[in-house]
Design a protein around this ligand. Structure first.
Ligand SMILES: Nc1ncnc2c1ncn2[C@@H]1O[C@H](COP(=O)(O)OP(=O)(O)OP(=O)(O)O)[C@@H](O)[C@H]1O
Ligand SMILES: [Mg+2]
Length: 230
């Protein structure tokens, strides 16, 4: 579904992503794990066309998307739930959801998202800025799902959230995958992300240093020492 080769992102000459390659097939949940500043968010933003990037190959379903504006990439099946959630605090939950899908005709999708996130449903008219951190994270994911993506990009969904909410996010990722949407999740919380994913890439200083089945990486000595704190 997504094929990336030699992706590079630099900020004013400073290299943040140093020519990485990755691929995601339909139906997969893939984790991108790495420490602060490893380049995870830069990868996701580059896939969405939110930062300038260079690549040898950037194909979605076999068609090149490099150079397409973000709007066209969303139409092509990508959607991002950004790091830090970025909900619009004065707008209601429902209004934030609608922003995920400009152009109307989305009532049915909003109902589907309400079923997936009962807590959002109960708070449909509440200002998004008054939601708890966990609820705001659900809203950011729900807003991305409003675009009906075939590949959902999640940037650091567990950031600052309690273990019980982290579990809830895992349940949502399972549901999203079961509905036929692939997921690429960037996480510092390697233990959680490797638990959700079938495959993973480890990003270190802008390069992929390890990759493989999530179950194998959980058992990998180096991963355990560097990212799992065990
Ligand atoms: N807009 C920007 N301008 C300049 N440098 C940036 C910008 N965004 C990111 N960087 C730099 O690029 C590098 C990678 O940052 P990035 O946010 O992609 O990492 P990350 O893996 O998502 O980190 P974290 O886990 O803290 O979110 C860092 O050194 C960061 O300082
Ligand atoms: Mg980040």
């Amino acid at each position: 579904m997504l094929e990336v080769e030699g992706l590079e992102v630099s900020y004013r000459g400073n290299c943040a992503v140093d020519g990485i390659s990755l691929s995601i097939a339909a139906g997969e949940v893939v984790a991108l794990i790495g420490a602060n500043g490893a380049g995870k968010s830069s990868v996701l933003k580059a896939l969405m066309g939110l930062v300038p990037a260079a690549s040898k190959r950037l194909d979605l379903d076999g068609s090149p998307i490099a150079g397409l504006p973000t709007r066209r990439r969303i139409q092509g099946g990508l959607a991002l739930s950004p790091e830090g959630r970025a909900v619009f605090p004065r707008m209601s939950v429902d209004e934030n959801l609608s922003l995920g899908r400009p152009g109307g005709g989305h009532e049915e999708d909003r109902n589907a998202i309400r079923r997936m996130f009962p807590r959002l449903s109960e708070r449909a008219t509440q200002a998004a800025g008054t939601l708890s951190g966990g609820e705001q994270q659900m809203l950011a994911i729900g807003r991305a799902l409003m675009a009906r993506p075939r590949l959902l990009l999640l940037d650091e969904p567990t950031l600052g959230l309690a273990p019980v909410i982290v579990q809830e996010i895992g349940r949502i990722i399972d549901e999203v995958r079961a509905a036929g949407t692939a997921v690429l999740v960037a996480e510092q919380n390697a233990l959680a992300a490797l638990g959700w994913a079938n495959r993973a890439y480890v990003l270190t200083n802008g390069s992929v240093t390890m990759q493989g089945d999530a179950a194998d990486l959980i058992d990998n000595e180096e991963v355990r020492r560097a990212y799992l704190g065990v």
